[in-house]
Design a protein around this ligand. Structure first.
Ligand SMILES: [Zn+2]
Length: 246
């Protein structure tokens, strides 16, 4: 299993969290940061086990500061990363049209950075699934993971035709919308994530990568295939998009 999206800089008991993740059978964790200030902590964590832990650098979609965005662009240039993310749109928190247009501009710049460096992009699209996909198409994005997608399954299926992946979070255990998404999408387009410390399978508790098994089990149940098969295919998908086959 590979957790393609976890915010491990939020954890103080990181050694225990990593140990439990390995015990649960995880092969890799992709750490996501969304603020340039997290970079040192992220690198410190990755140095604990650089074969197991990998970095994607993103930019909080609710942060509309040009100055902060420049810092993010600089980090993308100089740090060793396996992808860009999470970046994207958040229409839940950003409701003002002028602010949304700034958000879109920064998202487009992030996509171009990913294309320029030939890196996969992990996309946040809260309450903005359709618009985020339209922007990705118009920019010609090809290596894409739509993370915790809350849009319509029909729009997701259109993206699948273009080879985009969808990461199914642990909250699929209780989220009707995520369950619907799993029913609608082919397993060949899925990867798994926890989005730790949020989107826990058990409401009101802190999430951690070891919980990824909950997402795997729920996907297996919905698709009517074995857990081994879900593990094999989603792990393969994650390795493929992050270029782990070398
Ligand atoms: Zn996240």
């Amino acid at each position: 299993m590979i957790d393609v999206h976890a915010h491990l800089t939020e954890f103080n008991d990181i050694l225990e969290v990593i140990r439990r993740a390995k015990e649960a059978g995880l092969e890799h964790i992709i750490i996501s940061i969304i603020d340039p200030s997290e970079i040192n902590r992220a690198k410190e964590i990755i140095s604990l086990d650089p074969k197991f832990l990998h970095l994607t650098i993103g930019f909080d979609p609710t942060n509309l500061s040009e100055e902060e965005f420049s810092k993010f662009e600089l980090l993308i240039e100089k740090e060793s990363i396996v992808g860009i993310g999470e970046v994207g749109l958040d229409y839940y928190y950003i409701r003002d049209e002028t602010q949304r247009s700034i958000q879109e501009k920064l998202f487009r710049r992030s996509i171009r950075l990913a294309l320029k460096r030939n890196l996969p992009i992990i996309v946040h699209s809260r309450s903005a699934g359709r618009r985020a996909l339209e922007i990705l198409y118009s920019e010609g994005a090809d290596r894409v993971i739509m993370h915790a997608f809350d849009g319509k399954s029909g729009h997701a299926n259109e993206a699948v035709k273009r080879g985009y992946y969808f990461s199914i979070p642990t909250s699929v255990v209780h989220s009707q919308q995520k369950q619907k998404l799993v029913r609608a999408l082919p397993i060949e387009s899925m990867v798994l994530e926890t989005d730790s410390p949020v989107l826990s399978p058990i409401r009101g508790t802190r999430n951690e990568p070891a919980n990824l098994i909950y997402a795997l089990k729920k996907v297996a149940e919905i698709k009517g295939i074995s857990e081994e098969e879900v593990n094999r295919i989603t792990t393969y998908n994650a390795k493929k998009i992050f270029n782990f086959f070398k």
